[in-house]
Design a protein around this ligand. Structure first.
Ligand SMILES: *[C@@H]1O[C@H](CO)[C@@H](O)[C@H](O)[C@H]1NC(C)=O
Ligand SMILES: *[C@@H]1O[C@H](CO)[C@@H](O)[C@H](O)[C@H]1NC(C)=O
Ligand SMILES: *[C@@H]1O[C@H](CO)[C@@H](O)[C@H](O)[C@H]1NC(C)=O
Ligand SMILES: *[C@@H]1O[C@H](CO)[C@@H](O)[C@H](O)[C@H]1NC(C)=O
Ligand SMILES: *[C@@H]1O[C@H](CO)[C@@H](O)[C@H](O)[C@H]1NC(C)=O
Length: 389
């Protein structure tokens, strides 16, 4: 076994590299088990030395062991995640009412900017507004009361003016997450994403390193080796014994297994060459269990959108699958159980692959056997045209 000897040799060489311990800073976190790893350019101001962080990146731990950032003009937020390579920070409200914080949010004075800014208008509506909740309004329950409902709406889609029962209470710029920026209709509870450009450590992070100040003074930044540098000697031996040796055993096992597979494959090939049996005929048909078949999909109710484009339920103005707006006369399909609407063409393709509602993950299949009466138009699968309003 030439290749495995080579592999063994290279693994031992790898383990034998002396650990660089030049970086005086060690990562820390507010909660050993669940906490965000805090390292340069961030630092826990009450636990890590000043030169372990960059100005403007101070964090601290609160009494609940949450990692907190204090933004100069917007107050304190929980840091849920730091993506050091993307140079992005994901924050939320410690009191679980992010929309309230968004109402009074600005990044001015901080070293961060929004990853993807989107303008929202907040509306305060008398409660009977809920009866005709339209397509693009996001109810913000934690801001609403008995007699009124606070809604957010993408400012661009407010073109036609305010609904009569509502007054505009704020226009705000919200730093949404890149990945969620298409899903703006969901709600405003998802983490905000902030990014930074200085110090630019992504290259160092990308190579498995961690940035830090060079030496004891000055502003020059270097790239340190991250792994093993901060570990005590006993931990290093622990890793070698605990991970290295089982790892070697696994690798050797894998190599043996791979050799066995190759041999078996060769034997099989020779057998096949001698005896040309139609193997494919004997294979059981692999059928996707997750998707639905065409008759099942066809059995779900469809609706042709009227001129008003109003959906029968408080739903959205944009198809969540193909991300295009609903237009009059388009055929929508709704799923029993959850009453979510989609372009029929889009949801049909989805359901062939995936048997659950893409929004709520309910499986419509379970409700087919017992047609529910909760949906006004689910009694038949024929098309209904909605009235103009
Ligand atoms: C916070 O962490 C410390 C140890 O790191 C632990 O003793 C304490 O119970 C934790 N507090 C909470 C509220 O989880
Ligand atoms: C916005 O937040 C700042 C800082 O937390 C605070 O001083 C200010 O009063 C708040 N404004 C409103 C309208 O809540
Ligand atoms: C919305 O209006 C109601 C009164 O109609 C008021 O009590 C409430 O504070 C307002 N909410 C906000 C967030 O402005
Ligand atoms: C809210 O409604 C209750 C009764 O439904 C009423 O007593 C109260 O005055 C209302 N408050 C406001 C601010 O309109
Ligand atoms: C928000 O912007 C809209 C449209 O530009 C405007 O009509 C409205 O008065 C603004 N609301 C506030 C509270 O400034």
């Amino acid at each position: 076994m030439d290749s495995s000897t080579l592999l063994l040799l290279s693994i031992f060489t790898f383990l034998a590299i002396p650990a660089l311990s030049a970086n005086p800073c060690r990562p820390d976190s507010c909660d050993a088990a669940l906490g965000v790893e805090v390292r340069f350019p961030f630092r826990l101001s009450n636990r890590q030395p000043a030169r372990c962080g960059y100005p403007g990146f101070d964090l601290f731990c609160n009494a609940q062991n949450q990692t907190i950032i204090s933004l100069p003009e917007s107050g304190e937020f929980v840091v849920d995640h730091i993506d050091y390579t993307a140079q992005a920070l994901f924050i939320n409200d410690p009191d679980l009412c992010l929309p309230k914080r968004i109402l009074n949010f600005t990044l001015s004075g901080s070293v961060f900017r929004g990853a993807y800014m989107r303008e929202y208008t907040f509306l305060n509506c008398s409660s009977d507004y809920m009866d005709y909740t339209g397509t693009r309004y996001i109810p913000l329950f934690c801001l609403s009361g008995r007699n009124y409902t606070v809604l957010a709406v993408n400012s661009r889609s407010l073109g036609g003016g305010l609904p009569a029962a509502c007054r505009s209470i704020a226009n705000v710029s919200v730093p949404l997450q890149w990945g969620l920026s298409q899903f703006y209709w969901m709600d405003l509870r998802e983490d905000l994403e902030l990014v930074w450009s200085e110090p630019a450590c992504w290259g160092c992070e990308n190579q498995g390193g961690v940035c830090g100040y060079k030496g004891d003074s000055g502003r020059e930044i270097g790239c340190y080796r991250r792994s093993r540098s901060g570990l005590p000697r006993s931990a290093k031996y622990g890793i070698i014994v605990g991970v290295g040796i089982p790892g070697l055993v696994c690798i050797i096992g894998l190599i043996c297994y791979a050799c066995g597979m190759v041999r078996a494959f060769n034997i099989q090939r020779r057998l096949n060459a001698g005896l040309p049996i139609a193997v494919s005929d004997q294979r059981p048909t692999i059928r996707s269990t997750s998707g639905l078949d065409q008759p099942t999909i066809e059995s779900y109710p469809t609706t042709v959108l009227g001129e008003s484009r109003r959906l029968p339920e408080p739903s959205e103005g944009t198809c969540p699958i193909c991300l295009s707006d609903y237009q009059p006369k388009e055929r929508l399909r709704s799923l029993p159980e959850c009453n979510h609407y989609f372009h029929a063409d889009c949801i049909d393709e989805w359901l062939k692959l995936n048997g659950t509602c893409p929004l709520c993950r309910n499986s419509p299949e379970s409700s087919v056997a017992t047609p529910s009466s909760s949906m006004s138009i689910s009694s038949s699968s024929s098309s209904t045209t909605l009235d103009r309003h």
